[in-house]
Design a protein. Structure first.
Length: 321
């Protein structure tokens, strides 16, 4: 059906809403907005009253930003309760015994600890100097006093160090040609450790592991301690090693971006890869210099001996004349 614009002119003027109709619509909208505003304000007041018993602060008489007040209150009402140290020690000893007697259950233990953290609000001590657990959930057993026994710290350290060894062994043994999958796997593993250790300690441990990998690769590739070392072999070895080193840098770069800040990434890449390569290259150059100096000295000694023999022969012949 075609639209005929001329038919619009045939409509009576009474078919269009007048000014009174517009005012009525605007008035209805304004009334609805006011009604909604009053309803929201009442809901906030009801919510404030519902959580007032849990908050340490009194409800202000004039709340300018109820949402901000409730956010601040939600943090302040998380008052840690206490659990008996003996109960915590018993729990940790059970966990320790389970890890020692049940082989290959580390992943399940990690998931269990993650559930405790995410669902019950447990914050595990991640520093060697910290010996207490903190629980932020009001429905859970909560905190151990700062003067908890050294037994608790000792058992907890044994548990998390066991899990750390498991994670790094898992990273070392992981064989995957797809670098993207390998990066995702390493990020997953390191984030597991961040549940139990401070970020700086996780990064240091990872850096030490990767530094050893880089150094071993360079030593094996460049034949540092071979007696047959020469400049051509060194140049060829580094030419072959560079693509592998670049892949290692890329792998660590994307892995670290997933767990830490850019400045830490740059620092670790520099110390792990660039500094290690420079140190190894310096060692190779020194070795080349030593071999070259030794060879030059050998030739020089032979030349001196040959010259002395020639002088001795001339001196003997001179006596006959």
């Amino acid at each position: 059906m075609e639209w005929d614009g001329e038919h619009l002119l045939d409509l009576p003027l009474s078919a269009f809403p007048g000014e009174q109709d517009f005012q009525q619509v605007i008035g209805d909208i304004d009334a609805k907005l006011k009604e909604n505003a009053l309803c929201i304000e009442q809901n906030f007041k009801d919510l404030q009253l519902a959580v007032s018993d849990l908050c340490s602060e009194e409800i202000p008489s004039n709340v300018v930003d109820p949402l901000q007040w409730l956010t601040d209150c939600s943090v302040s009402f998380r008052k840690p309760l206490s659990t008996h140290p003996d109960q915590l020690l018993e729990f940790l000893k059970c966990l320790q015994h389970f890890l020692k007697t049940e082989q290959g259950q580390e992943e399940m233990v990690f998931q269990f600890l993650l559930d405790l953290s995410s669902q019950c609000g447990v914050i595990f001590p991640s520093s060697p100097s910290v010996s207490s657990f903190h629980f932020t959930s009001s429905a859970s057993v909560c905190a151990v006093d700062d003067d908890c026994s050294m037994d608790i710290k000792s058992v907890w350290d044994d548990v998390r160090f066991h899990l750390r060894r498991f994670v790094f062994d898992k990273i070392r043994c992981y064989q995957e040609s797809d670098i993207s999958k390998k990066i995702h796997f390493q990020i997953y593993c390191l984030k597991q450790l961040q549940l139990l250790f401070p970020d700086s300690e996780v990064l240091t441990k990872y850096q030490n592991m990767r530094s050893k990998v880089v150094q071993d690769f360079l030593k094996n590739s460049v034949l540092t301690y071979s007696e047959e070392l020469n400049f051509d072999k060194v140049a060829y070895s580094y030419q072959t090693a560079v693509p592998v080193l670049c892949t290692m840098v890329e792998e660590d770069l994307y892995t670290l971006i997933g767990i830490t800040d850019p400045m830490s990434v740059v620092k670790l890449i520099n110390e792990t890869h660039l500094s290690s390569t420079v140190e190894e290259l310096s060692t190779v150059i020194e070795r080349l210099y030593e071999l070259h100096f030794k060879e030059s000295t050998k030739h020089a000694t032979k030349a001196i001996k040959s010259t002395n023999k020639q002088k001795g022969a001339v001196h003997v012949l001179g006596k006959f004349y």
